[in-house]
Each structure stands twice: as structure tokens, then as C-alpha cells.
Design a protein around this ligand. Sequence first.
Ligand SMILES: [Zn+2]
Length: 423
Amino acid sequence: MERMNILNYLLAAVFSFCAVLALPALEEGIIADDHGLGEMTTADYQVADKSLKTHPHVTLFMTGDVMTGRGIDQVLPYPADPVIYEGYMKSAKGYVQIAEEANGPIPRPTAFSYIWGDALEELERRKPDLRLINLETSITASTDFWKNKGINYRMHPQNIPVLTRAGIDFCALANNHVLDWGYAGLLETLQTLKKANIISSGAGRNLSAAAAPAVTAIPGKGRVIMFSFGLESSGIPLSWAATADKPGVNLLKDLSDNTVRHISQTVRKFKQKNDIVVASIHWGGNWGYKVPGRQKKFAHRLIDAAGVDIIHGHSSHHVKGIEVYKQKLILYGCGDFINDYEGISGHEEFRANLSLMYFVTVDPSTGKLGQLKMIPTQMRRFRVNRASSEATLWLKDTLNREGVRFGTRVILDKKNALLMRWD
Ligand SMILES: [Zn+2]
């Protein structure tokens, strides 16, 4: 009975990712890479962007929430103090126990590579130019937990190799966990990332630092400019907003035309020829496939009026429908990629342990999407695994069902990767 209560509580509490492809032969490359066309024909490839054959393209690896704190931190080589301040769960070790009860033993300590599992092989094979994640935890040994929040994520700074081991280049920080262990926790997160040569945006010592994009050059191709925005709808306390003299997150007040105008002015200060602008946005709740009209309109306005080329949306615990608007990619919700929710029941229909590695190939001269390839994954024993065939088909069906309203669909290749097609 007590166990049931704990599970019910947990349910209530928790549910609150350089080289371009050899592009002169991109299509052939895809075919070879996947050992045949499978159920595809050549006509199935998205070849709308003919420039794929003539221009150097940039390939970005993106994924949704990477939460290497709490239970995950406890199995890494340098765990933080396990004490947590949740209603029923008083030790982060409890999350390891629940996961082990569900799926079997987890090595302790794990190698830093363990958590990423099969994802490392995919990254090595595809060699994206840049690897972008939403970092859904603070990185700190701070004990100054944010009171009355209920859930406070932290990973010990000595566990930072867990991000460098996967070659993560960029972390979006405008989310509802970066201040979980107070301002000291935020500042330590920023310092730790910087020391590890991981760029970030979306949180900083003051508003101008939090709002500034991360800019990185991809030699011979162009630059990628990454903004990180957060919305209250993702659970970010309003009081977390950075101000002129207070650290915090780059919180957007709303999704209005005024906000678009403001972002547009900032983008104009940075964007040059051959720059790809990414807006990484933590928005909306954890569950549900619905894409609010205001999110869609905002995403379109960012593309139409603010010079944004890719919308990297996250906060939902599961993958959501994908839109390609004027040949620009909109990921409304990338889902959870890594976390310690294993064994926690509820919302099974969303299959939140399933996720995608998004490999986004873009023409830097136009910002247009050339190709989107997605590798289905599945968390088990705190490790990212390639998803089973059944789970892959489920993800395919889900993306197709949710893509109808956006005119997008996915096809499966023989190696269980999903390829996006769009109108
Ligand atoms: Zn979140």
C-alpha cells in the first residue's frame, strides 16, 4: 500500500545532441549507409532541396531533454549528495532502485559512456557538425535547493564528462530545472559547462547574458547561432526570469508579435550570410500531442519575420508532430532523451521512454531543411538503446498520425531509421 502511495506520488511529482555528409553524393550516401532502400524507392527521398548536391550542408544532432541529474547522477562516478526534498522521496538513490526493480541491475558506478549507450555509435557514424541538447538539470554541488518547487535536479560537476563523452557542443538552459539548486547552482552550471568547452545559451548572470545566443563556426560551411528561450507554460517560475541585475533564465513573457519583434531585432544583430539560426524553446506541458495554435503561429512568425531557420522545441516528455514550414524545420516537442523516470508508472500510452535522435541537415546559404533523419531510441536500465522494431513502428505511426495536420510523414529504412518527407 505504501509502495502504491509512493508510486502515485512519483507519478504526480515527475509529471510536472564535423563533418557534413559527402554531399556531392548525398543520396547515394544515404542508400549505402542504410544498406538498401528497404521499403523506399528513390522517389521517396526528400530531394526538394537540390542544393544538397552542390552546397556544403551542416548537419546538426538535436534531441530533447537530457536529465543527467538525480538518479542518473547517482550511478555516475561522482554522485552528488543524494538528499532530495521531494514529498515522499528523500534520496535520489530511490530513483535508481525503482528503475532497477522495473528492468534489472544498473552498473554502479557506470562508465560515462554507459548512459549514452547505442547513441554513441550513431553519433560516431553520422558525425554531425554540432550536437545540441536541452540540459534539463543543474550541474552543481550546491545545497541551496529551490524551496517549494518539489523537484530539484542536480548533477555533480565532476560528472561533466558524461556530456563531453558524447561530444555535446551546446546546451539550451532556459528551462524549468537550471535554477533547481539556487543561484549558486546556476552559476556553477555555467562555469562547469564553460570549463568543459560546452557552449550554452538561455541562462546567465543577467538578462543580457541569458538572452545572448551561442555562436559557433563550422569551418568551410558557415555558422550556427543558437538562442534558448523558455516559457512559463513549461513550468519555469516567473521569478526565474533574468533581469538587468539578477541571474536567471531567458524567459519569454508570451508568444506575441511584440516578442517576435524583439527576437527579430536580436537576430538581426547576429545573423550574417551562411548563418543558421536555431531557436531552442522550452514550452508547453509534459503530456499531450496537441500543438497550441499560438505555438504554431509563433513558430511561423519566427521563421517569417525573425530570420529563424530551425525551431527546436522541447518540454513534452514524448515526441510530438513535426512541421516543415517554408522548407524550415519545426520540432514542436523532441521528448525526453535521458532521464531517471524508468519504472514510474502513468501515462503509459505516451511511451515516454521512447525518443528520437534528430539528424538535421540544413543548407547554410538558405537555412532550408535538406534532410531530417531520426534514430528511434529507448531508455532501459539508464541506458539509451536503439528502439526495438515494434517501438520503431509505433514511433513511425505516431509521427505520421501527428504529422497529418502539418503535411509531414516519415518512412522507415531497413536499419530502422526514420526519414522525413514533407509537402
Ligand atoms: Zn522541463
